[in-house]
Ligand binder design. Structure first.
Ligand SMILES: Cc1ncc(COP(=O)(O)O)c(C=O)c1O
Length: 390
């Protein structure tokens, strides 16, 4: 049955997260062509849907994992340990032991305590140091919690070697939804300095992991850098700053960049209220059951799905989720056409960090996940193209 896309969005139960696997495959291919020779390790924390993991594994990609549960999911998709890395700087002994048994390629370290722990539970393992780098210009900065400066990175290399580990290189994360591609260039330049100093201390690096951060949304917002733009700057920076190295591994850990644009969350307006001079809309999805990133500061991109929206007056809404908690607010002062109870609002670019974060607080269900079958619709992405930007 061929239906219009907006008709499909009007029929699904809400809240529903619609995933377009063809879009994910296209994004994967974009990374392959934009970063020639690099290895893609999908950061499955973004969206660990088994079909996404399978898609990556089937294309020869690897997986970046943070926990024992993610390791088990990798195995379910048939991933081999040699195609798995762990960039979570804090790992518990059970997880470390299991990674050791599974032959996980390498794990990150960014403290002396972690080096000691890895040496104890993964003797002889390959390790890479996480450098702290500038996250300015990222919508969701990740700095502060993890990463070390150049001096400590070198000390951790030495300690790793003393404890029988194999220090193979460096990693960093420029922050999620990074809108400033120069962050990668500056970080790679910093890695080049550490790389040379490590070589002088007798270390043999071959592994440069430039992390995640690739933004979603460039398909409808020209100010957001594309994977191709970032790729060309990164490849040039690697050439300029990293000493020529045989068997060099350039590693990417895209999360949002792979799955973000491929997800739409369909919600229903369940209630309205006037509070002072402000107008409120209450949806069946909110901070707890799917839209945590809006709470963290990610600006929502939404569209009201209703007939004749173009003729309706514009309103400025506070948009809230269904729970009783007052922090359950996903947008303030969001301009959009007047909405009525029972109508639907679609959130775009939410294929990452939506269901992975979601819990059924207050009994409100997490979004049902549906695969978009493009053969069933008669147009590509018209709804997205008309999206009202916040
Ligand atoms: C170590 C690591 N790698 C990769 C990612 C994926 O980042 P993004 O979704 O911004 O690409 C994250 C996200 O938090 C991360 O912590």
């Amino acid at each position: 049955m061929i239906v219009r896309l907006d008709a499909l969005l009007n029929e699904v139960p809400t809240p529903s997260l619609i995933l377009d696997f063809e879009e994910i495959a296209n994004s994967y291919q974009q990374f392959v062509t934009s970063f020639p020779g690099a290895m893609i390790f999908y950061a499955m924390k973004a969206n660990a849907h088994p079909d996404i993991i399978q898609l990556v594994v089937n294309r020869g990609g690897g997986l970046e994992i943070a926990s024992l549960a993610e390791l088990e999911k990798s195995f379910s998709a048939g991933a081999d340990g040699s195609r798995i890395i762990c960039s979570n700087p804090i790992k518990n002994p059970v997880f470390l032991r299991r990674m050791h048994e599974a032959g996980v390629y390498a794990v990150v370290v960014d403290s002396t305590y972690e080096v000691e722990k890895v040496a104890q539970y993964m003797p002889g393992a390959r390790v890479y140091m996480r450098l702290a780098v500038d996250n300015t210009g990222s919508v969701l900065p990740l700095d502060g919690k993890f990463g070390v400066d150049a001096e400590l990175a070198l000390e951790l290399c030495d300690l790793s070697r003393e404890l029988g580990l194999n220090p193979i290189g460096l990693s960093f994360h420029v922050g999620s939804q990074c809108l400033s591609p120069m962050n990668w260039v500056k970080a790679i330049a910093a890695c080049g300095d550490v790389w040379r100093a490590a070589t002088e201390r007798g270390h043999n690096f071959h592994f440069l992991d430039i992390g995640g951060g690739y933004p979603a949304g460039s398909n409808h917002d020209a100010s957001i850098p594309t994977t191709a733009e970032i790729g060309s700057l990164v490849m040039e920076a690697v050439e300029n700053y990293i000493p020529p190295t045989p068997e060099m591994m350039l590693v990417l850990e895209p999360g949002r960049g792979l799955s973000g644009e491929a997800g739409w969350l369909v919600t229903t307006v369940e209630g309205k209220a006037l509070r002072g001079s402000g107008e409120w809309l209450y949806l069946d999805a909110g901070v707890f059951n799917g839209l945590m990133e809006a709470f963290e500061g990610f600006p929502p991109v939404v569209k009201l799905l209703a007939d004749g929206v173009e003729d309706r007056p514009l309103r400025r809404y506070t948009i809230a989720g269904p729970s009783c908690d007052s922090c359950d607010v996903v947008a303030r002062n969001l301009e959009m056409p007047e909405a009525h109870i029972g109508e639907r609002i679609v959130f775009f670019d939410v294929g990452a960090y939506t269901n992975e974060y979601a819990v059924a607080f207050n009994g409100f269900p997490i979004p049902r996940v549906m695969a978009l079958n493009r053969d069933d619709i008669d147009e590509a992405q018209p709804v997205h193209e008309e999206a009202v930007l916040a």
